[in-house]
Ligand binder design. Structure first.
Ligand SMILES: [Zn+2]
Length: 257
């Protein structure tokens, strides 16, 4: 499978997934029609499928126009997003698979950012939408901190270390700057921030990341970190250091960063 990153809107990423055998393609989270269509034409592939990670407008904004251009499109989303994802044709429930061309994948239901948020998994590649970002995670619009903690740490976090994670927004620099405020001594975050800053100033993107890198640099997967605990204790000596409570405080701090 070949993956083409398609920058959309201000800082969104759509991804074109190409089955090399059949030249059929799926697009993850088409925010808008035009850049997706351009990529499809440039790659000379047949777009058969849309994979929506959640219902937010900046992830489904191209659905209607793409469906008009390619009437046979199959459009996947979570079952609980019925009525919220335009033109949805497939309503994923536990155990369901995802197919296009000769590629077959699965999905993880990871509520928190929204109640119907999912991650698509094809082998050692995953598309996390707005649940996991490099160095951070999405805001909690429809879920509790405990749900998001589980989604990140026990759901996406169970994927093998080498899994490549393709995320929904180019937020990496700001995320890592926040990460350093709570874990200033983490050399891996310092190194990654320097690398991403250089990458961005050359016009390149920071997607994808890997599970291994996120375990080292993403504070929302590091709620056990002694240095993060020290930071939180310095703000509130009575802070409850259970991981879910650490997660809740980190998310609140990030909301105001
Ligand atoms: Zn979103």
């Amino acid at each position: 499978m070949k993956i083409v990153t398609i920058p959309c809107l201000q800082d969104n990423f759509a991804y074109l997934l190409i089955c090399k055998k059949t030249k059929e393609a799926a697009v993850v989270d088409p925010s808008e029609q035009a850049p997706v269509r351009k990529a499809v034409e440039q790659e000379g592939v047949k777009l058969t499928t849309i994979l929506n990670t959640h219902h937010h407008w900046d992830h489904v904004g191209g659905n209607k126009e793409l469906k008009a251009l390619y009437p046979e499109l199959t459009i996947y989303g979570h079952d609980s997003d019925r009525g919220r994802i335009p033109e949805q044709t497939e309503f994923l429930k536990n155990g369901d698979g995802v197919r296009f061309g000769e590629q077959s994948g699965s999905f993880l239901h990871n509520p928190g950012h929204t109640s119907g948020a999912i991650t698509y998994v094809f082998g050692k590649t995953a598309f996390t939408g707005d649940t996991l970002f490099a160095g951070g995670c999405g805001r909690l619009f429809e879920g509790t901190p405990a749900q998001m903690y589980d989604s990140l740490n026990f759901n996406i976090g169970r994927l093998p270390d080498e899994t490549e994670l393709y995320f929904g927004h180019e937020y990496t620099e700001a995320n890592l700057r926040f990460a350093l405020t709570v874990e200033p001594g983490n050399a891996e975050i310092q190194k990654k921030l320097a690398a991403v800053t250089a990458l961005r100033s050359s016009g390149a993107f920071s997607t994808p990341t890997t599970i291994a890198v996120e375990r080292q640099t993403n504070p929302f997967l590091r709620c056990y970190s002694a240095e993060i605990h020290t930071t939180l204790k310095s703000k509130d000596p009575n802070h409850d250091l259970s991981e879910k409570n650490v997660f809740r405080t980190l998310r609140e701090l990030k909301n105001h960063f």
